[in-house]
Design a protein around this ligand. Structure first.
Ligand SMILES: [Zn+2]
Length: 331
């Protein structure tokens, strides 16, 4: 009995070491973070530090509810001043003004916000613009019409998108978009980027959750297109087909193993991807199990370990630092 128990523990400890050896354990930079007014600052910072996610690129969320308040660029810039090596800010785009507006007829309020963003970029307070919600699926069970969970369906090939893109071009900073990969939107993206080839466009969540073959074709023709892999681990979020999936919605991994075509895509385009966690809501910090921050981090580490080390380091932090020119010394 005793011997049996001992061998159980030896096996368990062996497994523990084996699984540790199977995960990248170096620093990560979260290339797709959000902040809201209900976040517990110290708790969130502590969670990042414990997980060895050494810095985060924050996209302030202006959309909110009573339980999950909105925030502003200004408030997150204050946080960045408190944690200057850990928090870097983009000009927030998840705004009610943009969500409920006709993008071919931008209103005065939207123009005023763009002028404010122009100033933040002139002052070098922010490192880019995002996350612009172009095509966003409502979260399950919330009716899809209100707050941060809204169903959003905007044209990329539109006056307003071009205005934001022009701002990004003027300051030579990246623009991050959320856009589920409908074929008609892929065509719009090709048309717009064809006219604005200098625009550094980060298409979040594995380029709208497209499959490796389509991403490869786009990357071959659009040299400034990047995919962030935020929330694309198959742990319950976007990488699991949540909150819904269409024919064009793909995964990048199953059970902690890359789909081979996806891994090959990354190996062939190692400068075009970076990782991110995308914890956008207070409820996701509070939840005890499921697609938690730590679950996403751990799965990301397992996946990185399956890439050659120099490429793993690019995805872990080097690419995001370079693309956004973050003043972050990772040596
Ligand atoms: Zn998103």
């Amino acid at each position: 009995m005793c011997a049996g128990r001992a061998s159980f523990w030896i096996a368990a400890i062996g497994l523990m070491f084996a699984s540790r050896a199977l995960a990248y354990d170096g620093p990560l930079v979260d290339g797709h973070a959000h902040w809201g007014g209900s976040f517990d600052t110290h708790a969130v910072i502590e969670r990042y530090r414990s997980a060895k996610v050494v810095a985060q690129l924050v996209m302030p969320r202006y959309l909110g509810t009573i339980q999950d308040l909105a925030t502003t660029d200004e408030r997150v810039l204050q946080l960045a001043a408190e944690y200057p090596a850990e928090i870097f800010v983009l000009a927030g785009m998840q705004r009610p003004d943009f969500t409920f507006m006709n993008w071919d007829s931008p209103n005065a309020n939207a123009l005023k916000i763009l002028i404010e963003i122009d100033q933040k970029l002139i002052d070098r307070k922010v490192y880019g613009i995002g996350e612009l919600l172009v095509r966003h699926w409502a979260y399950a069970g919330d009716g899809g019409k209100v707050g941060q969970h809204a169903e959003i369906d905007k044209p990329l090939d539109s006056v307003f998108f071009r205005m934001i893109a022009a701002l990004a071009l003027k300051h030579d900073v990246p623009l991050v978009i959320h856009m589920e990969g409908y074929p008609r939107l892929v065509r719009q993206l090709e048309a717009v980027l064809g006219q604005m080839p200098q625009l550094k466009l980060i298409w979040a969540h594995g380029c709208g959750r497209l499959n490796a073959e389509i991403i490869r074709k786009l990357m071959d023709t659009l040299p400034m297109l990047y995919c962030d892999l935020s929330n694309m681990t198959n742990t319950g979020g976007y990488g699991s087909g949540w909150p819904r999936a269409e024919e064009f919605t793909a995964r990048m991994e199953e059970k902690g193993v890359w789909l081979e075509a996806y891994r090959k895509l990354i190996l062939d385009n190692p400068d075009r991807f970076y990782i991110g966690m995308d914890v956008a809501h207070r409820s996701r910090w509070d939840m005890q199990q499921g697609n938690t921050f730590e679950e996403r981090v751990n799965r990301t580490r397992e996946l990185l370990k399956q890439l050659p080390e120099p490429i793993a380091l690019k995805l872990a932090y080097a690419n995001v630092v370079q693309i956004f020119r973050l003043p972050l010394d990772m040596q």
